[in-house]
Design a protein around this ligand. Structure first.
Ligand SMILES: Cc1ncc(C[n+]2csc(CCOP(=O)(O)OP(=O)(O)O)c2C)c(N)n1
Ligand SMILES: [Mg+2]
Length: 662
């Protein structure tokens, strides 16, 4: 006789309780409450092959309620993925176990995305569903025909990003997105009555979703709802009414089961209640065998898919695309064109020009903007919109949903097959920062096109003028930040972004910038992070380090210094991240390790000076802005804040004189 769905689900409950108990840390309540619903999904509906977690046409499963990580670890183990092993699960939350506190996409191939920051899993799933429809439009049902399933908790649905994600999914009619809501009416502080009385279901319905309600503790009922969800053209929210910590007789239904070990006595009581094996980490043979069989359910489908791929004539192209191979030889001819027609241009415009070449050469890019298309210059000629009527389009109107956009881009990138880029104002990086952080943590290949990168944006004033943003984004591990100085650098930075395996952020000017790179160079100098743009004429006494729109000002300031017999290098530094990883000889050549008495180093950037001492030394000179900006025309602001050749040159001379007196 086959074990019942409940017995299969109880194996999840047992592993979750035991792992959390062993670690004395973790979240047993959510996996125990959703074990039946997850069993319904993984035994009957989800398309996957545990032997090949990377099968491109698998359904994507996102555990948005990432604190319930033991749910996915248990499912992967039970269905027979190579990892985690039972040993890995025994070491839940310990150093070097892939069973990290929250699911990490880089730890286990069966974990599609990193979750834990609530709301973002579901928002990334929206991106996965977009990528699926887009690739389906290109390759057809034979190669791309899958769904995205999400398990989300109360917290996921409360977060602001949920509103953005649900709105976007409804608008794009992402019918292949199916969300199972763990409606246990409990969060950490206690009952959801403490903080929520909105009608979550009505909100989804209002956004164009199908909504269903079931007893989440009955796998059969959940399965029927999933069938209805699959049959409907709309995205679906399945409200699964559950009991947190189900099976722990004294604690279930309470916040006590949310995020702490149940304790020895309660675990024993739960074992009795659920009819589990007496020993920890033990799954009955017949239950494990049934689960393992379930894990192979997709292998026949997978084999058929392989045959279709072989017969498609598109195998090499499809696989290369899914692996994210960028390719496209657009950079050299594009730069040649720029050099043949040198003129002042804003780097946001230069980015659009580069994108014209990139989008033509690289079919996998999908652009977009959070309602600033004309300002971010993210849409290129002939780029069609991706809409519910035309999923093959390559431009997404995200609406004013910066966080939703960034999270969706992460989902698209992690789905594979597309390289997303999206724009907003640099100052609103703060609105999507949690998703930028997850791009970096997950190594998602996403390009952020952040324009209006300083006081240079002018009249919109301090609310719109980034000050601390560049340095704070540079502080984020795994994110490559570039601030190009002209059109050639912008093209080089785009090339570097497309070479980067992880996320890149381009900070671009609103205002026109004079070309500083007027001759062809053999290598991509911006990819070096910093390079000598102008060598000192007289004996070198100063190195001016500048980025973006301040590079041309630094060049003019250097000329004034030279006129006074002070030799000055100008180093353009589009990316501190890239410079820091150059070899020691290169860094020594650009920024020799000598005292500021011998060669004064000066940073020039229209943003916070915090952190620039890393390159200027403590006694160097840092020219920046350590206050909020102001509302005025850009040229007035540059003058007001001291970003003119005169002001810079005189500050340098001043600094040298004061220093020499000490
Ligand atoms: C953005 C974010 N804020 C706060 C937390 C901390 N946190 C983790 S779980 C949780 C409560 C979530 O409640 P719910 O989704 O209902 O999960 P349940 O208690 O039902 O398992 C909170 C506040 C988080 N992980 N992410
Ligand atoms: Mg809850």
């Amino acid at each position: 006789m086959q074990p019942t769905q409940r017995r299969l689900a109880n194996a999840i409950r047992a592993l979750a309780m035991d792992a959390v108990e062993a670690a004395n840390s973790g979240h047993p309540g959510m996996p125990m409450g959703m074990a039946d619903a997850a069993t319904a999904l993984f035994t009957r509906h989800l398309k996957y092959d545990s032997a090949d977690p990377k099968w491109p046409d698998r359904d994507r499963f996102v555990l948005s309620a990432g604190h319930g990580s033991m749910l996915i670890y248990a499912l992967l183990y039970l269905t027979g993925y190579a990892r985690p092993t039972l040993e890995d699960i025994r070491n839940f939350r310990q150093l070097n176990s892939p069973c990290a506190g929250h699911p990490e996409n880089f730890e286990l191939p069966g974990v599609e995305v990193t979750t834990g920051p609530l709301g973002q899993g579901l928002a990334m799933a929206v991106g996965m569903a977009i990528a699926e429809r887009h690739l389906n439009a290109i390759y057809g049902d034979e190669l791309v025909d899958h769904r995205t399933f999400v398990i989300a908790g109360d917290g996921d649905l409360m977060e602001g990003v949920n509103h953005e994600a649900v709105g976007l999914a409804g608008h794009l009619k992402l019918g292949r997105l199916i969300v199972l809501w763990d409606d246990n009416r409990i969060t950490i502080d206690g009952s959801t009555d403490l903080s929520r009385n909105e009608d979550v279901v009505a909100r989804h319905a209002a956004c164009g979703w199908q909504t269903l309600e079931v007893d989440g503790l009955e796998a059969g009922k959940v399965g029927q709802a999933i069938e209805k969800a699959i049959a409907d053209e709309r995205p679906t929210l399945i409200r699964c009414k559950t009991i947190i910590g189900y099976g722990a007789p004294n604690k279930q239904g309470t916040a006590a089961t949310h995020g702490a070990a149940l304790g020895k006595d309660e675990v024993e009581a739960a074992r009795k209640e659920l009819g589990l094996e007496p020993n920890e980490f033990t799954v009955p043979d017949d239950v494990l065998a049934a689960w393992r069989k379930v894990g192979q359910r997709g292998s026949a489908q997978h084999a058929e898919w392989n045959r279709r791929l072989d017969a498609s004539g598109k195998k090499a192209e499809f696989l290369a695309r899914m692996e994210g191979k960028a390719g496209g030889d657009w950079l050299k001819p594009h730069i040649a064109k720029l050099l043949a027609d040198l003129k002042p241009v804003a780097t946001r415009k230069a980015s659009e020009m580069a994108l014209g070449a990139i989008n033509a050469a690289l079919p996998s890019t999908i652009g977009g903007s959070a309602d600033l298309t004309g300002s971010n210059n993210t849409k290129t000629k002939g780029q069609e919109a991706l809409t519910s009527d035309n999923y093959g389009g390559r431009y997404i109107y995200y609406g004013i949903r910066e966080f939703g956009m960034a999270a969706a881009m992460n989902g698209m990138a992690l789905h594979g097959g597309v390289i997303p880029y999206g724009g907003t104002f640099l100052v609103f990086a703060d609105y999507c920062r949690p998703a930028i952080r997850l791009s970096a943590l997950q190594k998602a290949k996403v390009v952020y096109v952040m324009t209006h990168d300083s006081i240079g944006l002018g009249e919109d004033g301090p609310t719109h003028q980034p000050v601390e943003h560049l340095q704070s984004l540079r502080a984020m591990p795994g994110l490559e930040v570039y601030r190009p100085a002209d059109a050639v650098e912008t093209a080089e930075c785009w090339a570097a972004a497309l070479d980067n395996e992880g996320p890149t952020l381009l900070a671009l000017s609103r205002q026109n910038l004079t070309p500083v790179r007027t001759k062809a160079s053999k290598e991509n100098l911006s990819a070096r992070g910093a390079y000598r743009l102008k060598a000192a004429g007289a004996a070198r006494k100063v190195i001016l380090l500048a980025t973006g729109s301040e590079v041309e000002i630094a060049l003019a300031a250097a000329e004034q210094l030279e006129a006074q017999g002070i030799g000055a290098d100008v180093v353009s530094m589009p990316s501190t991240d890239r410079f820091d990883v150059q070899d020691a000889d290169y860094r020594e050549d650009i920024l020799p390790d000598v005292s500021n008495r011998e060669i004064l180093r000066v940073s020039v950037e229209a943003g916070t000076t915090i952190g620039w001492e890393r390159y200027t030394g403590l006694h160097g000179l840092r020219i920046g802005i350590d206050r909020f900006g102001a509302s005025a025309p850009a040229t007035d602001l540059f003058e007001h804040f001291g970003f003119t050749p005169d002001a810079i040159a005189s500050r340098v001379v001043d600094h040298m004189q004061k220093r020499d007196k000490i």
